[in-house]
Design a protein around this ligand. Structure first.
Ligand SMILES: *Cc1c(COP(=O)(O)O)cnc(C)c1O
Length: 381
């Protein structure tokens, strides 16, 4: 499908033709009949999309909302969780900067505290330490499922069970996990899930999804509302929608939404368990190959590992490794301390190279990528 070796599905993956056709086809149709008529023609498919994501994420269709990114989904949910002076928010040490920043800011603003939960010896969130930190003042636990900067998979189910003991809501940043492994609200027991389209799901850019479980919805106070999320029923009266779409606003990129739905259908048709196994094989092969190279250090903590493979090469800056691999036809990226500050600082890392092979990467291509890294490493010695 591509003569380059594409190892950046954790950044922005390659959409399959089914997704591309849906997006481009809809844009063409908008140019023919206008955006409103074009959307009306696809009303049933757009509606069915809630069911598709309900199936993918182990929720019901009325617990699903579409957004324009994972961050938007996360922010919308976070903003709706009531937080007052004296409350506490706990978050994972491998937290993404894009979610840690709003937590730190809002906690300061309202007089709440924001505390990172330590990691255990394997680099995962330490569930025993979490239990020690939890009390009834904790209103929210924010957990990154798979971080942006390593192959770690955090134990979401255990975290949710512990948090619920004190009545705290659990917001799962599943941006790096949806599309590469099962992420089901019903199985994990989390209250809120934010996910992206463009990463492992192979959807278009500018798409995201939010799951809000029913019991959590009753405790949330959505504030970013418009005439889609609420109705103006009398001069001084409004009525909020009573489903998760209260977290959506009216205007949306319909072509991208259709592409996102097509991407989810595509993933479900392949089978999420199959995808998880295939990604695991690729990533495992890559990790083992890199691990065996002198001068190369794999940097992935965690007991259970995802499709992100991070590493450093002695004597070569990660950005130079990336550029030299690019010249050799291998696409990887660099993850820096500023995107996961606590985790990177704790592990004494400034930058790592991140390679994230999806199932469409052939095992032989993985081996070629390992050989390309070996060449970079040899040249430094
Ligand atoms: C990419 C990423 C995000 C943000 O996703 P956007 O789609 O850019 O909003 C959030 N969390 C993690 C762990 C990520 O890797």
């Amino acid at each position: 499908m591509n003569d380059r070796i594409f190892l950046d599905s954790a950044g922005s993956s390659l959409p399959p033709p089914e997704v591309l056709d849906e997006v481009v086809g809809h844009l063409r149709r908008e140019a023919e009949v206008g955006g409103y008529v074009a959307a009306q023609e696809r009303e049933d498919d757009l509606e069915a999309g809630y069911g598709v994501f309900a199936e993918l994420l182990g929720a019901s269709p009325d617990e699903v909302a579409f957004t324009d990114s994972s961050t938007r989904a996360w922010l919308t949910a976070f903003d709706a969780v009531p937080l007052a002076a004296g409350d506490r928010v706990l978050f994972s040490e491998a937290e993404y900067a894009g979610t840690a920043i709003p937590i730190l800011r809002r906690a300061r603003e309202v007089g709440a505290t924001a505390e990172a939960v330590p990691s255990d010896e394997f680099g995962q969130i330490d569930v025993d330490a979490l239990k020690d930190l939890l009390d009834e003042r904790v209103k929210l636990v924010s957990l990154v499922h798979v971080p942006t900067n390593s192959g770690l998979v955090n134990p979401a189910r255990e975290v949710a069970a512990a948090a619920h003991e004190v009545g705290a809501l659990v917001l799962l940043d599943a941006c790096q996990s949806i599309g590469q492994m099962p992420v089901r609200a019903d199985e994990l027991g989390v209250d809120l899930i934010a996910g992206a389209g463009r990463k492992w799901l192979r959807g278009p850019r500018g798409t995201g999804v939010l799951v809000v479980r029913r019991p959590a919805a009753e405790r949330m106070r959505p504030r970013l509302i418009d005439l889609h999320s609420a109705e103006w029923v009398a001069p001084d009266e409004i009525r909020l929608r009573d489903d998760a779409r209260v977290h959506e606003i009216w205007e949306t990129n319909v072509a991208a939404r259709l592409g996102l739905i097509a991407a989810a259908r595509y993933a479900l048709a392949r089978g999420i368990d199959v995808i998880e196994r295939e990604v695991g094989e690729r990533a495992g092969r890559l990790r083992d190959g890199l691990d065996a190279l002198p001068g190369v250090t794999v940097r992935d903590p965690g007991l259970r590992k995802a499709g992100l493979v991070t590493f450093t090469v002695d004597g070569v800056a990660p950005a130079d490794v990336r550029d030299r691999l690019a010249a050799a036809g291998v696409t990887v990226t660099v993850s820096g301390a500023s995107s996961a500050l606590l985790d990177m600082t704790r592990r004494g890392l400034d930058e790592v190279v991140r390679a994230s092979p999806h199932y469409f990467v052939e095992p032989a291509q993985v081996d070629q990528a390992v050989e390309a890294v070996a060449a970079v490493s040899r040249s430094a010695r």
